[in-house]
Design a protein around this ligand. Structure first.
Ligand SMILES: Nc1ncnc2c1ncn2[C@@H]1O[C@H](COP(=O)(O)OP(=O)(O)OP(=O)(O)O)[C@@H](O)[C@H]1O
Ligand SMILES: [Mg+2]
Length: 331
């Protein structure tokens, strides 16, 4: 891909620290790109699929904006970061939340010291102007109204309109995007007309044993082999049982166990004890017995459940107020 070329109505300058762009006479302060290293270990196919979305094969061709789906902590954000790094493009990450308003995604007016209004471009608009990659992280936490403001960006129009600054912002031909989405319950249903613009769907699965070991070693190069092995075995067992414990959970628990071991050199704790403690403190009591947890999950997911009654619409199966609740469920 070529380097971004500002159009005639815009210019981008990099001041000593802050980059500023001028669009239709409006000066915009740009966000800073994300600089941390981003290596993707294993699952090469999904990385290739993501990179393919961003290729253009002809001057008239357009890049695709895929959605990356997967359980929390499986590596969706990491994958998007690694893809942007591989392309050598500046990377901007926008963390979507339930409170994100349409203008937050675009341009925010800020009162400067002199009493003037300065316009700050969001990470998304900064990526559009500089020809970088924007990762809209956890996109399905954002409501429909905010998504609606992005509809023209993700079809062949490739622009957004900022009401606050009164300008239309065209995306550089080098602008690329991806949206990560979580599959938990604290999310919004994104309307179909937006979903149809976020294609294809790329699923990030749990890593295999070898990759999981490499991921843990990459993030915690100082971890002892025994501690790494305990963690990888635990995670692989949990993946086999279709539980949600992720590489992130493994990294956190291992980090805590290592800190506990290092804490008091005069009274060393056994590695196994420190690891067990970290497991319980990071992932909860239920992580101590994965088989029982998997069985309980299976039951709630309806493995052997009876057909839904009216009460099931209003009460959780374990709710003590559920009229059909079996008292034996407690044990
Ligand atoms: N394949 C991988 N290569 C390198 N690091 C990885 C890989 N998979 C997961 N990780 C690491 O695991 C942790 C969790 O990954 P990440 O934050 O990308 O997950 P996520 O799917 O975006 O989670 P969430 O749904 O909570 O946003 C990070 O520290 C990340 O670096
Ligand atoms: Mg993420």
């Amino acid at each position: 891909m070529s380097s971004p070329k500002p159009s005639s109505s815009e210019s981008v300058q990099s001041a000593s620290r802050d980059s500023v762009a001028t669009l239709d006479g409006v000066e915009l302060k740009l966000a800073h790109p994300y600089q941390a290293p981003g290596e993707w270990i294993g699952q090469g196919e999904v990385l290739k699929q993501l990179l393919a979305c961003w290729i253009t094969v002809d001057e008239t061709d357009l890049p695709l904006t895929p959605r990356l789906l997967g359980s929390p902590g499986v590596g969706k954000t990491q994958l998007a970061i690694a893809a942007a790094k591989q392309q050598g493009l500046p990377l901007y990450i926008y963390q979507c939340t339930a409170d994100t308003r349409p203008e937050d995604l675009l341009i925010t007016p800020v009162l400067s010291r002199g009493g003037d209004i300065a316009y700050h471009a969001s990470p998304l608009v900064s990526a559009m102007i500089t020809g970088g990659v924007c990762v809209l992280d956890e996109g399905n936490r954002m409501n429909e109204k905010s998504w609606a403001s992005l509809a023209p960006l993700f079809d062949n129009r490739r622009y957004v309109e900022s009401i606050v600054a009164g300008i239309t912002i065209p995306a550089s031909p080098d602008f690329r995007a991806a949206v990560t989405m979580n599959q938990d319950e604290s999310t919004f249903e994104i309307p179909d007309y937006i979903m149809s613009r976020l294609q294809p769907t790329l699923r990030v699965g749990f890593p295999n044993k070898q990759d999981e070991m490499a991921i843990l070693q990459y993030h915690l190069p100082f971890a002892e082999p025994e501690m790494l092995a305990l963690t990888v075995d635990f995670l692989q067992h949990s993946h086999e049982l279709k539980l949600d414990f992720s590489p992130r959970d493994g990294i956190n628990l291992l980090r805590f166990a290592i800190k506990r071991l290092a804490q008091d050199p005069d009274h060393p704790v056994a590695q196994e004890d420190a690891w067990q403690e970290a497991l319980e403190k990071c992932l909860g009591d239920e992580a101590l017995d994965l088989e029982s947890l998997a069985e309980r999950r299976q039951r709630t997911l309806g493995g052997d459940s009876v057909p839904l009654g009216l009460a099931d619409l209003f009460f959780d199966p374990d709710d003590p107020l559920h009229p059909d609740r079996d008292e034996d469920d407690d044990d």
